[in-house]
Ligand binder design. Structure first.
Ligand code: PMP
Length: 417
């Protein structure tokens, strides 16, 4: 008798994937990059509230990806939604911004130490590009330094894959190794110190596909000194980490102040907005650059951002994310030991990453996250996860039931070790 393999269920999710295939290049596996995700992972969502999401087949999950960062207070957070709704009743896309643009810029300047001004846009890539353009305008130089493997957006200046596989990124981008000051000095030498407009750096190393690395305070301080020595600007890319580590610029606790910083993701709890922030020495340069977008001045996301930034402080959001992250990290550590499976947990607890030893092809990670999804938790095999202020102990315990199933599946497929 031949064994029959059950065809994948004709779920709503699968039907949508098939329809997407016909009208979106590559369907969900093209630019949407879902190819590396386990099959059990939902790709279409029907609704979301707090830290719970429901997919198009009615399955509920605790979301530990927070939409890759934008959700920070919980989906449909009451105060943010009220502020957005109030603004929506008045207007959103209009011939110019609402008064909330000025209010938001004032609030960002108040919250972020190094900032004397803010320019608002939509996506993280806009914010990093604004910082680059500003740095070039301020210094009159072209070259940029960025860490090897760091992601600063989809623009071609920093991303070699924009125009097809591995086309060269901007020839004026010179790479260094995160936390290695000697490699930064070598990159400066390669570029010519007198040509360097900016050094880009993320608050900690959070490249997808690698264990995360906290910044060495001496590296951060060294970058600042080096920039001052050569007349370049220090740019921190806060797009992913911003407001999850600190209620201000992430390096404020280290006493290291950038000249420019790029923000997006979490600043409006999911509403589309980004900001480039700068010190007064960069204001004249920022004034001269050409940068605009049809939707950059929408009022609703600005109102949402104001409400989000106030709620982050009022609700002690960072402490809550840390508490949830610690509970998750401790729970996973315990499970890994019980299953005799060697894992590495890295990065800040509120933006955790998990990797398995001897898992260079991410096979164990895929089995783990696939099984966790089948048991109700959205995690990611290669990218860091995100906690939010909406994750309660009960939610984390629910996630831990899913990770327990994940470890069991890894052990069944790969054995111990
Ligand atoms: N910088 C960093 C550190 C990011 O994580 C991202 C997005 N993942 C970006 C820039 C680009 O942001 P966006 O996708 O909103 O353009």
């Amino acid at each position: 008798m031949t064994e029959t393999v059950a065809a994948p269920a004709r779920t709503n999710d699968r039907r949508l994937r098939e329809r997407a295939e016909r009208v979106i290049p590559g369907g969900m596996y093209g630019h949407l990059s879902a190819r590396r995700l386990p099959e059990t992972y939902p790709q279409f969502y029907a609704s979301s509230e707090g830290c719970r999401v429901v997919d198009v087949d009615g399955r509920e999950f605790v979301d530990v990806m927070c939409s890759f960062g934008p959700m920070i207070l919980g989906y449909r957070h009451e105060k943010v939604e009220a502020a957005a709704a109030a603004q929506r009743r008045l207007g959103d896309t209009q011939p110019g911004p609402g008064p909330c643009m000025v209010e938001l810029a004032e609030l960002l300047v108040e919250r972020v130490d190094h900032a004397d001004w803010a320019m608002l846009a939509k996506n993280g890539s806009d914010a990093t590009r604004l910082c680059l353009a500003t740095a070039r305008a301020v210094t009159g130089r072209r070259a940029v330094l960025a860490a090897e493997g760091a992601y600063h957006g989809w623009s071609s200046w920093c991303n070699p894959y924009v125009d097809g596989p591995a086309t060269p990124a901007d020839a004026e981008v010179h790479r260094y190794t995160y936390n290695d000051l000697a490699s930064v000095r070598a990159a400066v030498e390669g570029a010519g110190a007198e040509n360097v407009a900016a050094i880009f750096v993320s608050p900690f190393r959070h490249d997808a596909g690698y264990d995360q690395e906290m910044v060495d305070p001496a590296f951060a301080a060294g970058l600042r000194r080096l920039c001052d020595d050569i007349g370049a600007l220090l740019v921190t890319d806060e797009v992913r980490a911003g407001f999850r580590l600190h209620h201000g610029s992430s390096w404020e606790p280290l006493g290291v102040t950038p000249d420019l910083s790029a923000w997006s993701k979490a600043i409006a709890n999911g509403y589309p907005i980004a900001a480039a922030l700068g010190s007064s020495r960069c204001a004249a340069g920022a004034e001269r650059i050409f940068a605009t977008g049809s939707f950059w001045y929408q009022a609703v996301p600005m109102a949402a951002a104001i409400a989000t930034i106030h709620a982050l402080a009022d609700e002690d959001a960072i402490a809550r994310m840390v508490a949830a992250g610690e509970r998750l990290r401790e729970g996973i550590e315990k499970q890994a030991v019980e299953h005799s499976i060697e894992v590495r947990q890295s990065g800040p607890v509120q933006m955790p990453a998990l990797s398995f030893v001897e898992d260079t092809a991410f096979e164990r990670a895929a089995v783990f996250c696939g099984e966790a999804a089948a048991h109700g938790a959205i995690l990611h095999p290669r990218h860091n996860w995100f906690l939010s202020a909406a994750h309660t102990d009960e939610d984390i315990d629910r996630v831990l039931e899913a990770t327990e199933a994940g470890f069991r599946a890894v052990r069944a497929a790969f054995g111990h070790g």
